[in-house]
Design a protein around this ligand. Sequence first.
Ligand SMILES: O=C(O)CCC(=O)C(=O)O
Ligand SMILES: [Fe+2]
Length: 289
Amino acid sequence: MSARLEHVRASDSPEVILAVLEEKGVVVVEGMLDDALVAAINRDLDPYLEDAALTAPELNQMIQLFLGDRTRRIGALPAKSRAFCDVLTHPIFLFVCDAILLRASAGYQMNVGQVIEVGPGAVAQLLHRDEDVWVHVPRPAPMFQVASMTALVDFTEEIGATRIVPGSHLWERDRVAEPHEVAVAEMPAGATAIYLGRTIHGAGANVSASTWRRGIHLSYLVGWLRTEENNYLGVPPEIARDLPDRVQELLGYALHDAIASMGGICGYVELRDPMKMLREPAEPAAAAR
Ligand SMILES: O=C(O)CCC(=O)C(=O)O
Ligand SMILES: [Fe+2]
């Protein structure tokens, strides 16, 4: 593997970060999260990861193969970590999502908010494009997904740093990456590889004896497509009501514009706006019948 990824600093101008992302299909932003935020997220997630199963028993074998062996995934992160909510609403993410996703939609939402721990002995994940989840979207299509991997420990090739193919967002769909076109997202904890839904990538193999590779996989999706994670069940109203407004919106509680001038119509409940419903006092427990 000899391809390289372009690294920038979180303090660089967001326009520069966006320009690299659009040109290469991927950009590594160092210092995206400060040490205190990384530590807070790790503290919040430690107990969940200790209890996590290594496989997803209810999903079929093909999907399990894709998710990776010796790999733990925990989703619905806004319900599990307030610190994660600061990642979800990070100004750099919102800047690039505004720029890319609002070209094709009136709004966007969290698609997946997951921690992925690749364990010792895990083999490399199949290289893929995240947007291939939505096989029925006719191609060519506007860019409808922005994705990312944030290191919660230092990412090295040895422990399974994500492998990413710069430039592949512009390739014909059936082109397969040659080994020399694949780069390794080695990066310090707190750095984020932001990539497009169309960029080829996958988790690397973890050949270490005992080090887990812990990272956050967070992606955003235009408002008119079904999300991979079911955010209403993952972060139900009784939890969502205490989260910041922007987080509620990104979880899909905000109405989405079908027609820009209407100010939102998709996603109502009994013709009501779920964001307003979250602001009402919680229902008293139902009286015994
Ligand atoms: O864990 C990683 O490095 C990448 C995971 C990934 O690409 C995915 O699950 O879609
Ligand atoms: Fe992926």
